[in-house]
Design a protein around this ligand. Structure first.
Ligand code: NAI
Length: 331
């Protein structure tokens, strides 16, 4: 039998946490033959709720779940973990300045970076979910210099999956037959959902989405804004932000990273830019990636038309501004 893997979920008493931990305990994230030990971190005001989640995990009697650590101590939470899913953060509240929210999250991610660096397993893979996800991941990277930069990522897979969902609804095809959409840039409303290289499996073979969607106008307008604004639409409908889809996409992100992407398929991940596609190096930016042997690589050589170029640059610009704002909170 395989040794259990320790998986950290921060903000585990929150609503994404509540959807995510049972998925992990069922093997959705690391596979149906991989035992896990869950480490759940939250802050003291949520300690009782966190303990309630632990009670439910016990009650669910998951065969793969070999232990649960529920704690408000960041060192205990980070000790020995090989996967860290960072869902905890400070939400923007009504009337708060952007800078104040950034400042709260910068201090959270700085502290948690140090704890991970000192106490996590070597080669721990980190996924930041909490917003501002790209910039929180960047701060985590800066303050955990001994964790390889390739191990620190942020979640844009939810946006990627949303784009697959929109194409499947529009073309009336199964979502599993759509592939290779791309989310470029920030997990924010400046992200660029790109279908220029996406395709659909049809009885007549694989067809580019561009040729199947007759209405080019839709692809350049409503498709993009629907994906960009989907988070807000969910909040409006549910009165809470997306949780089950965020949790499911976080599992997809880690599973593909660890177990590999299928041949011929790429996914979107927020990763440390190496300057590919003329995206400034030193930002955490969402790119199309393939994964193999536990490592991602950015898909190279895709053509970028003029329309796309502007969108790639706009979201990079926003990330550069966020980075500057985050750094101004450090000094
Ligand atoms: P929530 O408010 O229900 O849960 C957040 C939890 O984090 C709370 O239990 C809170 O006590 C905890 N927390 C706060 N500070 C912490 C700290 N320093 N250490 C550990 N835990 C801490 O929020 P929800 O809905 O679960 O969302 C979590 C985050 O994920 C938010 O920042 C949200 O904006 C973001 N998000 C990101 C998505 C993405 O695609 N990247 C999609 C959906 C949400």
């Amino acid at each position: 039998a395989k040794e259990p893997v320790r998986v950290l979920v921060t903000g585990a008493a929150g609503q994404i946490g509540y959807a995510l931990v049972p998925m992990i305990a069922r093997g959705v994230m690391l596979g149906p033959d991989q035992p896990v030990i869950l480490h759940m971190l939250d802050i003291p005001p949520a300690a009782e709720a966190l303990n309630g989640v632990k009670m439910e995990l016990v009650d669910a009697a998951f065969p793969l779940l070999k232990g649960v650590v529920a704690t408000t101590d960041v060192v205990e939470a980070c000790s020995g973990v090989s996967v860290a899913v960072m869902v905890g953060g400070f939400p923007r509240k009504e009337g708060m300045e952007r800078k104040d929210v950034m400042s709260k999250n910068v201090s959270i991610y700085k502290a948690q970076a140090s704890a991970l660096e000192k106490h996590a397993a070597t080669n721990c893979k980190v996924l930041v979910v909490a917003n501002p996800a790209n910039t929180n991941a960047l701060i985590l990277k800066e303050f955990a210099p001994s964790i390889p930069e390739k191990n620190i990522t942020c979640l844009t897979r939810l946006d990627h999956n949303r784009a697959l969902g929109q194409v499947s609804e529009r073309l009336n095809v199964q979502v599993s037959d759509v592939k290779n959409v791309i989310i470029w840039g920030n997990h924010s409303s400046t992200q660029y959902p790109d279908v220029n290289h996406a395709s659909v499996k049809t009885p007549a073979g694989e067809k580019p989405v561009r040729t199947l969607v007759a209405d080019d106008q839709w692809l350049h307008t409503d498709f993009i804004t629907t994906v960009q604004q989907r988070g807000a639409a969910i909040i409006k409908a549910r009165k809470f932000s997306s949780a089950l889809s965020a949790a499911s996409s976080a599992c997809d992100h880690i599973r593909d990273w660890v177990l590999g992407t299928p041949e011929g398929t790429w996914v979107s991940m927020g990763v440390y830019s190496d300057g590919s596609y003329n995206v400034p190096a030193g930002l955490i930016y969402s790119f199309p990636v393939t994964c193999k042997n536990g490592e991602w690589s950015i898909v190279q050589g895709l053509s970028i038309d003029e329309f796309s170029r502007k969108k790639l640059d706009l979201t990079a610009q926003e990330l550069s501004e966020e980075k500057a704002l985050a750094y101004s909170c450090l000094s």
